[in-house]
Design a protein around this ligand. Structure first.
Ligand code: HEC
Ligand code: HEC
Length: 293
């Protein structure tokens, strides 16, 4: 843009400036100011943008690995916190050294943090009364406390370990076929072909799998509660466990009555999405045409 154009466009110097250089044009010092201002404004907004991106990116970089690091390794504080929770809620039935108490509860030496996770996160433990077969209930402890209890039991005698809190336990949709086959082979005989649960012999039941989280499914396979067999990594590899979990959770979604069972409504939902998106495009076009006029 030349100086003349600039002045014409702005019109804020609608007179011949008192100071002119020998070409007859206004002195650069007078006209450079608005240009410099515009440039400064552009630099400022660029700096703001870069700053914002840095903050967002830096914040993410700070948070993302931190959450992973915290969850994987149990610290000695976790073990100590777990010991206190154990002494308050479990010791009467499982004993001071996890050796069990006759007539109250079995030894849990070597059951590992996976078993503790399964039992406590599904509310089966702490058992309210002794002897009864515990079913799923509202859990008494939060996720952190459950992991602390697990860390304590783990420290006392090893056993299968609960997967890290940030582990991805569900295979992608392309493994649904494998998952379905493994499920029919290993789980359907007790839990039913659709995971709805079924009665077993001697008045016991295999519960439905619709309320189980990824981690509960995984730990159930690791520890085999009650009549359920243990599915060690030799029988079902971790990769196959993930495929089973993907299948069970997909089945659960398609069994959801109402709600967000998008996979189930199929064509209707897609039609709705196209309709909504189309309407959005139409609105934007209308606004755009309006703004141009
Ligand atoms: C009132 C007694 C009682 C209390 C309190 C109790 N348990 Fe248990 N627990 C039992 C009994 C009985 C069993 C075995 C019956 C069963 O498997 O349902 C058991 C089983 C377990 C198992 C599975 C053992 C195995 O062989 O797989 C774990 C793990 C466990 N308890 C952990 C805990 C933890 C952790 C707490 C405290 C938060 C706790 N329990 C509190 C009585 C109790
Ligand atoms: C021989 C029968 C049997 C087989 C086979 C079996 N289960 Fe189970 N499962 C059970 C029983 C019984 C329970 C209840 C245990 C209890 O309440 O302590 C159970 C409980 C569970 C739970 C806990 C559900 C809840 O909401 O608390 C999950 C998850 C689970 N099983 C997953 C599986 C998966 C996945 C497979 C296949 C890899 C499988 N089971 C194979 C009998 C079986």
């Amino acid at each position: 843009m030349t100086d003349e154009e600039h002045l014409d466009a702005d019109g804020d110097l609608g007179f011949t400036p008192a100071v002119v250089d020998d070409t007859g044009r206004p002195a650069p010092s007078r006209t450079a100011t608005p240009r410099r201002r515009a440039l400064r404004r552009r630099i400022t907004s660029l700096a703001v943008l870069v700053g914002a991106l840095t903050v967002v990116g830096g914040g993410y970089a700070m948070l993302a690995p931190a959450s992973g690091a915290d969850d994987t390794a149990a610290t000695s504080q976790d073990v100590e916190a777990g010991r206190q929770l154990y002494n308050n809620s479990c010791i009467t039935c499982h004993g001071a050294n996890l050796e069990g108490v006759t007539g109250r509860g079995p030894t849990i030496v070597g059951t590992g943090s996976a078993d503790v996770y399964f039992q406590v996160s599904t509310g089966r433990m702490p058992a309210p009364v002794q002897g009864a077969w515990e079913l799923r209930k509202v859990p008494k402890f939060n996720e952190q406390e459950i992991l602390q209890l697990g860390a304590f039991v783990q420290s006392k005698g090893g056993g299968p370990e609960v997967p890290a809190a940030d582990a991805d336990l569900r295979a992608d949709a392309d493994k649904l076929g494998d998952g379905g086959e493994l499920f029919r082979l290993n789980c359907a005989s007790c839990h039913g072909a659709t995971g709805h649960g079924a009665p077993l012999s001697a008045g016991k039941i295999a519960p439905d799998l619709y309320r189980a989280t990824d981690r509960q499914l995984y730990t159930a396979m690791q520890v085999g509660p009650e009549n359920m067999p243990v599915f060690g990594n030799n029988q079902i590899t971790p990769e196959q466990k993930r495929a089973i979990i993907g299948y069970v959770q997909a089945m659960k979604e398609s069994n959801d009555p109402g709600g967000a069972g998008l996979g189930r409504i199929g064509p209707v939902a897609e039609g709705l999405v196209i309709w909504t998106a189309g309407l959005g495009v139409l609105m934007v076009s209308i606004l755009w045409i309006g703004a141009r006029l």
